[in-house]
Structures are given as structure tokens and as C-alpha cells.
Design a protein around this ligand. Structure first.
Ligand code: COA
Length: 328
């Protein structure tokens, strides 16, 4: 029997309307456009409107992906949503999205792997498809980080943005689709990038709010070094497992964390100009949403051609990191 691969048959994304520029941030914390632009490559990011929830962003991106795929909501067998900024701690935001888009025949669940979430979700989806358990899986990355960043902390608030991206994966025979996935974690380093409250360790309390526990904490320098090393290592792992050279990759979609991180990875992989897709300047770090957002942007610009080798490469809190190689 011919092997089934999980192939992307539609992509979609959604960015909130409101743009927050570095110049806007100058009025909020002690920073400057020049500092942010030079240290991160970020010029602006999107901020969700008060009435928008993560499930709304996810549903909007999903509708666009399903429309491109020509797939009706009731033809989706599973919804996997990568997010760490869901509408509620539980139920899963994937369940809310399932309801919003009318994917009435799907099971739905969230993946919590921070900025690596989309790659983790793609790896999971591919296994359900390759084993024949599912025909079509909707894989989404959606985040509203603007609700968990400390807007008084200039070290972190300048980095993040809101958005969502989605893909419809379908099981098909042939050469096209996901060729490999590689996932890694190092839980010993969780404290370098995390959101302390509120969970079982720090249950909700007034003192916890005063200690700013609901806001993201990050050791920027350590995260930076680990991100470069991990994203490089896991890209090389994918290349070696598939017996290909970096020069054969048509487009690398890295997690859009910081332009300097991406430049360092690109340099170590010896990529040519244009081989790595970058939109961090306009979107900031949208965590689990960043890769599918970039993928949809590139796809709609016509930058991806049938047969292209495409590599997704992510790193995030946990620590977690991973890659997904696919033939377009
Ligand atoms: N504006 C102006 N100055 C700032 C600033 C800001 N927004 N944020 C920090 N600074 C200051 C620091 O206070 C420090 O000042 P000091 O020397 O007087 O103490 C100085 O700039 C240098 O800080 P440093 O942390 O060494 O800068 P950096 O070059 O490492 O850049 C980050 C900081 C956060 C941009 C960088 O570490 C980074 O991008 N890390 C990875 C973050 C990331 O991608 N996380 C998500 C991964 S999934």
C-alpha cells in the first residue's frame, strides 16, 4: 500500500487591525525605536482589540485556510491549536474554535509548547494522518501575548505581538507533504522563559497580582543563545535525516523571535539571501502563531511552488524546539 503523507492543502492567517509601533512604545516605557529595531529587527506588531479573544483570531485564520483548501468545516476530523494564551486555562481553546467554525465532526485539543507549539502540533497531526486515524486535520497557531506581557517591563513588552495562522492538512498518497518531524525538550531550563501565575504553583491571589505573577518572565540573553543553537541543531538534524543540503531548501520558516536570532541561524546554515522567510519586522514575536502566519503570507505572495522543500524550525519556552520538513 502506498504511503500516506500529510499535505498542506490550504493556509490562512489573521492579524488584528491595531498596529503598535516602536514609536508608540517610546511613550509607554523607557525605550527607543532605534534600540528596538537594532536589537530585535522589530518595527511594529499587532494588538488584538478588547473584544477579540484568541479563539476569534484562530477561527478567522482557520476559515481562510479552509476556504483556500476548498474544505467544509464538517470535513475536518481534528482541530489542534497551538497556544499558551488561550481564552481560558480550560476548556481548550481548540474546543471553542471547533464551535466557532462549525467543525462538528472534529475532536479538538490544545498543544502547550509555547513558541514551538505549531511545529509540535504539525508533528502530532502528521502522525494521526499517516496512521489513517484522520483524513483532514486543521492545525492552528494563535496567540494574544499582549494580554500576558508586562507593559511596564521594557525588556519583554517590546518583543511580542498578536495573531493567528492555520493550515489544513490532508492525507494524500505521493511525494508531497510532511517528510519528517523532530521534536525536543529540556525541562531543566523552564525558568528562563515562563508565565508564573496563575496555576497550581501560584494559585490566584491579590499578592500574586501585586508581584506581577500573571506576566511573562524571560532571561533574554540565555534564551537568545539557546534559541540560536537549538534552531540550528534541529535544522541540521532534519537535513541529515532526509539526506539533503541546506542549499536544497526553497524556504526556511523559522519561529520569528528576533531578527538577530534568525540572522545567526541563517549564517550558521550558510543560507542564501531569500532562503529564509522573515516578517518579524511587522509582526514581532507571535509565539505559536509566528510560523503559520509567515507560511500563509509567503503562500499568498506566490513564493511557494509545488515540489519545493520547506523547513519549519521553532524554539520556545519549556525549553522546546523542533522542525518539520515538507515537500510543497
Ligand atoms: N529599550 C532600551 N534599552 C533596553 C531595552 C529596551 N526596550 N531593553 C533592555 N534594555 C537595556 C537593558 O536594560 C541593558 O541595559 P544595562 O546595560 O544598562 O543593564 C541593555 O539594554 C542591554 O540589555 P541586554 O539584555 O544585554 O540586551 P540584548 O542585546 O541581549 O537584547 C533582547 C535584549 C531581549 C532583545 C535579547 O536578549 C533577545 O532578543 N533575547 C531573546 C528573546 C526571545 O526571542 N525570546 C523568545 C524566544 S521564543
Amino acid at each position: 500500500m502506498a504511503q500516506i503523507k500529510a499535505r498542506i492543502i490550504g493556509t490562512g492567517s489573521y492579524l488584528p487591525e491595531r498596529i503598535l509601533t516602536n514609536f508608540d512604545l517610546e511613550k509607554m516605557v523607557d525605550t527607543s525605536h532605534d534600540w528596538i529595531s537594532a536589537r530585535t529587527g522589530i518595527d511594529e506588531r499587532r494588538i488584538a482589540a478588547d473584544h477579540e479573544q484568541t479563539s476569534d483570531l484562530a477561527a478567522a485564520a482557520s476559515r481562510r485556510a479552509m476556504e483556500m483548501a476548498g474544505v467544509a468545516p464538517d470535513q475536518i476530523d481534528m482541530v489542534i491549536l497551538a497556544t499558551v494564551t488561550g481564552d481560558f486555562p480550560w476548556p481548550s481553546t481548540a474546543c471553542l474554535v471547533q464551535d466557532k467554525i462549525g467543525a462538528s465532526n472534529a475532536s479538538a485539543w490544545d498543544v502547550s509548547a509555547a513558541c514551538s507549539g505549531f511545529v509540535y502540533a504539525m508533528a502530532s497531526a502528521s502522525k494521526f494522518i499517516e496512521t489513517g486515524s484522520c483524513k483532514r486535520v486543521l492545525v492552528i497557531g494563535a496567540e494574544i501575548f499582549s494580554r500576558i506581557v508586562d507593559w511596564e517591563d521594557r525588556n519583554t513588552c517590546i518583543l511580542f505581538g498578536d495573531g493567528a495562522g492555520a493550515v489544513v492538512l490532508e492525507g494524500q498518497e505521493g511525494e508531497h507533504g510532511i517528510l519528517s518531524t523532530h521534536l525536543h525538550s529540556d525541562g531543566s531550563q523552564w525558568e528562563l522563559l515562563y508565565q508564573p501565575g496563575f496555576g497550581s504553583r501560584y494559585p490566584a491571589s491579590v499578592a500574586g497580582i501585586e508581584a506581577r505573577l500573571p506576566f511573562l518572565k524571560m532571561a533574554g540573553n540565555e534564551v537568545f543563545k539557546m534559541a540560536v543553537r537549538s534552531m540550528y541543531d534541529v535544522a541540521v538534524e532534519a537535513l541529515q535525516a532526509n539526506n539533503i543540503q541546506a542549499s536544497e531548501i526553497a524556504m526556511l520558516f523559522p519561529h520569528q523571535a528576533n531578527k538577530r536570532i534568525l540572522d545567526a541561524v541563517s549564517k550558521r546554515l550558510k543560507l542564501e539571501d531569500g532562503q529564509m522567510y522573515v516578517n518579524v519586522d511587522k509582526c514581532g514575536n507571535t509565539s505559536g502563531a509566528s510560523i503559520p502566519l509567515a507560511l500563509d503570507e509567503a503562500n499568498r505572495k506566490g513564493l511557494l511552488n509545488r515540489g519545493d522543500l520547506v523547513l519549519l524550525d521553532a524554539f520556545g519556552g519549556g525549553f522546546t524546539w523542533g522542525s518539520c520538513l515538507l515537500r510543497w
